[in-house]
Design a binder for this molecule. Sequence first.
Ligand code: DGI
Ligand code: FE
Ligand code: FE
Length: 192
Amino acid sequence: MNKDKSLKKLRMQIEKVQDAKRFEHTLGVCYTASCLAMVFGGDVRSAQIAGLLHDCAKCMSDKKRLAICEKAGLEVTDVERKNPFLLHAKVGAYLAETKYQFEDPDILNAVRYHTTGRPEMSLLEKIIFIADYIEPGRKQAPNLDRIRPVAFTDLDQALCMILEDTLAYLKQNGGEIDPATDCTYQYYIRRK
Ligand code: DGI
Ligand code: FE
Ligand code: FE
């Protein structure tokens, strides 16, 4: 299936696999990502689709995520095995392709890298990563008031601010840092 698949259908499919709070967040990411795509000349429809898909593997047990990885032959790193919620991005990309039948690699990568980011992200990957953090329903993150306007003027600067706050949060709360998150931060901080 390609981008012509109706957004309404995808929205209904995602609503079925998420609880109400997560679905509200999903819609927030979908709308915020489409606004960022408008500002930065991205494909608005791809932004909507990736926004709807990005957390499609969030509302399932760790056991199920690990089982999907095993069955599909998806590599699970040590950090992911210890923190299986991280797998919702990788498993989400897999489901986006197999269950929801989207084949655009840019959309699949935007889902896959939405939690840790990666060096040299595409415009769409950056948009989803940032929209996930700044959507209107997100309230607990610090510095949101500073990051939101930056997101609409300088994507790379917003990326750095989000990664910095995420790493600080993980360090403060004893969260294990995925080398992928650190690698993304190092890459973008050096390019400033
Ligand atoms: O799925 P969402 O909650 O919408 O957002 P997300 O996929 O960006 O996940 C957010 C959580 O992921 C947040 O609590 C920080 C955490 N996270 C991001 N990078 C890492 C990480 N957690 C660990 N343990 N290690 C990381 O490197
Ligand atoms: Fe997520
Ligand atoms: Fe999310």
